[in-house]
Design a protein around this ligand. Structure first.
Ligand SMILES: NC(=O)c1ccc[n+]([C@@H]2O[C@H](COP(=O)([O-])OP(=O)(O)OC[C@H]3O[C@@H](n4cnc5c(N)ncnc54)[C@H](OP(=O)(O)O)[C@@H]3O)[C@@H](O)[C@H]2O)c1
Length: 356
């Protein structure tokens, strides 16, 4: 398989500046790594946030290539890789460095945190999984550290399947990419009822993923709380806020019972006067690249192929954007303007063309 030395990549050209196509060298996989020809890469809210907000500090160098999700074909393997081979269809999570980002045509990744795509998934479907599922899974199942998780037993670990039967869970934002994977995880873990906030047009969709009860996300905080109390009188020990704006964090914290854990995905915004020592809040860091998540990520990735092959997990509904990497720019505007509901946008880096 011939591998070019140069490729197209989509980058933020200067800090908080414009997006543009740049030429980039194709990396060689180091020991334990693979090189993937990226067929599909997914868009995430963090991509526009790095361009437009203080998250720009995530990037050490500019132009900064972004992209956290990739699905493609292995074209080269580094020394010592024995779980994957040239020609395998794989998916993996990218990271915030030009070397590990995925808005490009070829991406490198550690073979320990990549998985084969099962035959029942397309490249586009597989690209919807890595960041969203890592955020859901790390938040629920990784050990408790400052940016870790609630330390529940994962459904793919011994004794984990169905372990939390008859215990309620509340998920804010069940139709979001992260929320979809939280709902599916909660179902595998046995939680019941599984209560989620959502726009009513997505009620049936989130129920197909495991939600047992839906609450219109436009209701007031008081209405959301009283609706939950009508659904269950049991203590709510796990709340996952997949949206984590101030309004959702505040009601999520109120809904949580003493001794419980609230998992959030953005910086804490709960008013200080509300905070009590008997409720734990974890601002999870949904990347298997973080040192303290890597071991968990290896366990997750060693199970992912089977979990999707069996249908235990389903990918997000997907919409493919035209225009190769360049199409990402307009897609990110849609994400920024809240114009994406219940689906993941993906782009095809190999379809990138440059204007002469
Ligand atoms: N900490 C981390 O490592 C990490 C990792 C990944 C993502 N994140 C963050 O997590 C958040 C979600 O990311 P994502 O990719 O899952 O987002 P997404 O799929 O783009 O989110 C869109 C969805 O959010 C739902 N939504 C918006 N506002 C809502 C509200 N107030 N209540 C309930 N649902 C609401 C919408 O639901 P309806 O259409 O049904 O209204 C829509 O389906 C983002 O802020 C992202 O930056 C953090």
């Amino acid at each position: 398989m011939s591998i070019p030395s140069q490729q197209h990549a989509l980058a933020i050209l200067t800090k908080k500046g414009a997006w543009g196509l740049i030429p980039a060298g194709v990396e060689q996989p180091g020991p334990g790594e693979i090189l993937v020809r990226v067929e599909s890469t997914a868009l995430n809210p963090i991509d526009w946030k790095v361009q437009a907000t203080e998250y720009s500090n995530y990037m050490q160098e500019y132009p900064a290539i972004l992209g956290s999700d990739s699905a493609g074909v292995v074209v080269a393997v580094g020394e010592g890789v024995d779980n994957l081979a040239v020609g395998d269809r794989v998916f993996h999570q990218g990271f915030f460095t030009n070397r590990l980002a995925t808005f490009k045509q070829y991406a490198v990744i550690g073979a320990d945190i990549a998985a084969k795509i099962p035959d029942n998934l397309t490249f586009d479907e597989a690209a919807t999984i890595p960041l969203g599922l890592a955020t859901a899974a790390i938040g629920l199942y990784n050990e408790t550290w400052e940016r870790g998780g609630a330390n529940l037993v994962a459904p793919w670990s011994e004794g984990g399947r169905g372990k939390y039967a008859r215990q309620p869970i509340v998920v804010f934002g069940g139709s979001s990419s992260v929320g979809q994977f939280v709902l599916q995880s909660a179902k595998l873990s046995g939680f019941s009822p599984i209560i989620t906030t959502v726009s009513p047009r997505n009620n049936d969709f989130v129920k197909s993923l495991g939600a047992t009860h839906t609450i219109d996300r436009s209701l007031s905080a008081e209405e959301i709380q009283s609706t939950i109390k009508k659904i269950t009188s049991d203590p709510v020990k796990i709340v996952y806020d997949a949206i984590s704006i101030e309004s959702t964090q505040t009601v999520a914290y109120d809904v949580l019972s003493p001794g419980g854990i609230l998992i959030i995905v953005l910086n804490p915004l709960i008013p200080k006067e509300k905070l009590t020592s008997d409720k734990k809040v974890i601002n999870t860091y949904g990347t298997v690249h973080a040192e303290l998540n890597r071991k968990f990520g290896q366990g997750l990735y060693s199970n992912l192929t089977n979990l999707f092959k069996s249908g235990d997990y389903k990918p997000n509904p997907v919409e493919a954007l035209p225009g190769g990497l360049t199409g990402i720019i307009e897609g990110l505007e849609r994400l920024q303007n809240d114009k994406v509901s219940g689906r993941k946008l993906v782009a095809h880096p190999q379809e990138t063309v440059t204007l002469k």
